[in-house]
Design a protein around this ligand. Structure first.
Ligand SMILES: Cc1cc2nc3c(=O)[nH]c(=O)nc-3n(C[C@H](O)[C@H](O)[C@H](O)COP(=O)(O)O)c2cc1C
Ligand code: SF4
Length: 558
């Protein structure tokens, strides 16, 4: 069924895009009207239920959010920093309670107290300037440290457009096969979490026959604590665009789609400005640099749903379908956007391509450690003395990131949640054993993920953090499979009840729940939640024991 819907949406393609039309329909009143949904259903030959099903999924299209005027970041970093209550109280002096909503996460983890108002993000001390903000006067620029340790690939200073795009001109003088070989040699693996080699994906898409192919940039950076993609979009946008263009040339795609999350309005504006710069320099469109290569971009503004970062849900979202995760195979490179061959890559992965093509795959492969080649951006939250975005060679000891680059913790910290909500919960005593690369994290029972670090201070109860993770998953679950849809809610209920009453969690039941989530979930939202939970049960068993029925050990699942 969803394949038919993909075809129906694809009839109008990206120019008259259904998802975009839903966003426009919501602009005036906060949610598309019933009449408008019926009109769009008729226009796209779909059922009204399909349109309603999609609309009701998103935080910024849903009817129950339509009267909200200001949104408080409810991400993990703002939560552990403990800034949300005070922020809500201060906002309450200017807005009615029903006008204040939640958003996750605004990527202002370096200074917290983050909120969204009238299409802009604010954080840090901005709350004290609310009168000016409401009158439209205050600036929204936030400051965070940017640095590198080792080779600066992604944080290198940008020269100018003409200089920078010489790499494209050189790339277009070579064959797609030659470029693909360089990417294979580079060993570049996806930075969005799974670490899949980009060259395999590009090769698969290149080898799939199709009259239309797409390069999709996954800019839905939804992991609370991560803001490295935001950094790239706002400060290095041309690395992302050039990476997409080279990828397009390799596979034979003439369209690049940037799917950028609603919570990053500034990133959307920066990327659009960079696209406009290319248009005015005629480095987009037909016959770029006098070659047969044609390429254009389409920027899609997302509407607030974490699961849209999962690549197949993201494709359904662009098509205006309810963003439920798709069963693979077929893989997107075979049947992706509108059922056409599509490459989906993370912002940071794509931004590495220009350097590889300019300096050669071997140079990139010489940086890093083992199968983790190149560099990685790491996001540090407000618990560091020098919070910010740091680029490190893969293989850099975690201790250097924390103590040298980040300047150490400014408070007593007991654990760090590294790699997003599905990443591992790393107790501070493990810092010495870890380095920033895929293998080190996996070997120690954690996950590098997108390499964001959210600190959990000594005084913050681990059980409360686990409750937050279950609540997050329950809110963001696409609902396609029951272990995640139901299991996340049951887990949340158990943890909440154990904190609020004398109820004790049965560890056998809890372990059954975690095992079912891990083994029975279709995607890594439900399937990945057990990792930080198991880490917590292993490393914080003493702290958690009072909430469980007495057993020798809290972990019984394998
Ligand atoms: C629940 C969930 C959320 C995800 N969110 C993101 C995201 O925000 N950004 C991203 O690049 N990848 C995200 N991914 C991974 C994508 O599905 C996909 O693997 C990635 O975009 C591929 O690009 P890469 O190979 O360059 O990493 C997510 C996966 C899951 C299961
Ligand atoms: S694990 Fe959750 S988010 Fe993933 S497909 Fe199943 S219900 Fe959807």
């Amino acid at each position: 069924m969803s394949k038919n819907l993909s075809n129906l949406s694809g009839r109008k393609g990206l120019k008259t895009n259904l998802f975009e039309a839903l966003g426009i329909a919501a602009e005036a009143t906060g949610t598309p009207s019933k009449d408008k949904m019926e009109e769009l259903a008729a226009q796209f030959l779909m059922g009204t239920a399909n349109i309603f099903g999609a609309t009701s999924f998103y935080d910024f299209l849903r009817a129950d959010n339509k009267d909200k005027k200001v949104f408080v970041c409810n991400g993990s970093a703002c939560m552990t920093a403990g800034t949300q209550d005070e922020l809500k109280e201060k906002l309450g002096q200017h807005f009615k309670e029903e006008e204040i909503g939640d958003m996750c996460c605004l990527g202002r983890c370096h200074e917290n107290k983050a909120f969204y108002y009238a299409g802009k993000n604010y954080s840090g001390d901005a709350i004290s300037e609310l009168d000016e903000i409401k009158s439209g006067a205050a600036a929204t620029i936030d400051n965070y440290a940017v640095g590198s340790f080792g080779t600066a690939v992604l944080t290198k200073a940008y020269s100018n457009l003409k200089d920078y795009y010489k790499t494209l001109s050189i790339a277009l003088s070579k064959s797609p096969e030659e470029l693909l070989t360089q990417l294979t040699v580079s060993g570049l693996r996806g930075r969005g979490g799974a670490g899949f080699p980009i060259a395999f994906k590009l090769e698969s898409c290149k080898n799939t026959t199709g009259n239309q192919k797409f390069i999709v940039c996954n800019a839905d950076e939804g992991d609370p604590g991560a803001y490295s993609d935001r950094y790239l979009m706002e400060q290095q946008p041309h690395a992302v665009l050039l990476g997409m263009m080279i990828a397009g040339y390799i596979v034979g795609a003439d369209t690049g789609v940037l799917y950028i999350r609603a919570e990053y309005p500034e990133s959307q504006a920066c990327m659009q400005q960079a696209i406009n710069e290319l248009l005015s320099e005629k480095i987009l469109g037909e016959n770029i640099f006098g070659t047969p290569f044609n390429f254009n971009f389409k920027l899609i503004k997302a509407m607030g749903a974490y699961i849209c970062g999962e690549e197949t849900a993201l494709l359904s979202s662009i098509e205006g379908q309810r963003p439920e995760v798709r069963v693979r195979p077929p893989y997107p490179t075979q049947q992706g956007l509108f059922n056409k061959p599509t490459v989906v890559n993370n912002v940071e992965t794509l931004a590495c391509i220009p350097d590889i093509i300019k300096n050669g795959g071997a140079h990139f492969a010489s940086i890093g450690k083992g199968k983790s080649t190149g560099t990685k951006l790491v996001s540090l939250d407000g618990f560091f003395n020098k919070p910010g975005i740091y680029e490190v060679d893969m293989g850099t000891p975690l201790d250097i990131v924390i103590n040298e680059l980040g300047g150490g913790f400014r408070e007593d910290i007991k654990a760090m949640h590294i790699g997003g909500p599905l990443g591992g919960l790393v107790p501070v005593e493990k810092i010495k054993d870890l380095s920033i690369d895929f293998e080190s994290f996996a070997a120690n029972g954690f996950l590098l993920g997108h390499a964001s670090i959210v600190c959990i201070p000594k005084g913050f109860p681990i059980i409360k953090y686990l409750e937050h993770l279950f609540a997050f998953t329950a809110h963001e679950s696409c609902g396609k499979c029951f272990p995640c849809r139901i299991g996340s809610t049951r887990g949340f209920e158990m943890l909440k009840k154990a904190q609020e009453t004398d109820y004790k969690i049965d560890s056998l039941l809890f372990n059954d729940l975690i095992e079912t989530l891990e083994l029975g979930s279709l995607c890594a939202l439900g399937g990945g939640l057990p990792l930080p939970i198991k880490n917590a049960l292993q490393y914080f068993d003493k702290e958690l024991k009072p909430y469980f029925m007495q057993r020798d050990t809290l972990i019984t699942a394998s």
